[in-house]
Design a protein around this ligand. Sequence first.
Ligand code: ATP
Ligand code: BTN
Length: 321
Amino acid sequence: MKTKVLLGLLADQRIHSGQSLAEVLGVSRTAVWKQVQRAVDRGFPIETLRGQGYRLTRAVDLLDHETIVSALPETDRSRVSLRVFDSVNSTNAEIAEARRAGDTGILVCVADMQSAGRGRRGRDWLSPRGENVYASFGLTLHGGFASLDGLSLVLGIAVAEALESLGADSVQLKWPNDVLVAGAKIGGILIELQGELEEGRVNLIAGIGLNVHMQDAPGIEQAWTSLARAFPAVTWQRNQIIAALISAVVSATERFDAQGFEVFRERWVQRDFLVGKALNALGGELSGVGVGVDGQGNYLIDSNSGRQAVRAGEISLRVES
Ligand code: ATP
Ligand code: BTN
């Protein structure tokens, strides 16, 4: 919390003397120096200018509960229960924990960093502090497990449309769970089930990772990008992005729960990254050309033995190189 106040004072990116900061914060100059060191250790870009003071070398985009809530449409404000964390293991795990503790309704959790961010099939999701959006939603669907087919596609549409409403363009979707810009991965969606099926009711956790300011990504072996890299002319603010995501996810999930995937199909197909590409599925057992998705959200491939539908779940599609 102290760091947040310090960063607020430095937000104008001008030089602030240790003395002036000490006065405003009501602490000694040594305490200011210690706070600055702590903030630097946590990755905040504060420069110390000898004999002058401290300066932020670039704008810092802090997460703030109130800013997110006030950017939400009135109708969504009272419906979602939002928690903003400094650091978590995984925002998906936080939602699971909140549910176990008895929280109900539409739960949303965002964090400034994740120490164990995860992707599909136990893969790691790079989650550096302050750079990106890490958001998870606790949602409930009513159509049994079958209703889950298509959900990650619907959430992909929600993410793409939210980003486009803020100034991105040509956001594409790679079946089943990747969000791409210019062929590079900018985000991903991870859906996990929680608990047992009760009268067709499925409790699930939908995690969305979205690269916002990230400029370096050690260890990511596939093409990746971030909003700041892909759309440098837009000033990207994580609070605004999170508010847009919440609105889009809540309304898309509600419609999906009531009407299924078919009503979303066209919106997904328009963003299909794999269409017309030579593809391999099932570790090479199936190959052919991508032709979009069916009304359940299965991916369709035209192969030598005719049109085949590939179900989501544990399958990856690879573009033939
Ligand atoms: P598929 O699901 O079709 O196998 P995939 O190779 O993208 O696609 P996922 O499990 O969806 O695999 O995503 C995890 C992968 O995403 C990681 O193995 C890593 O290559 C990449 N990755 C990890 N963190 C990020 C990030 N912040 N931005 C972009 N890509 C990332
Ligand atoms: C993927 O492409 O494999 C999905 C990546 C999902 C990452 C998000 S970040 C917020 C939430 N918490 C996690 O640990 N994972 C998801």
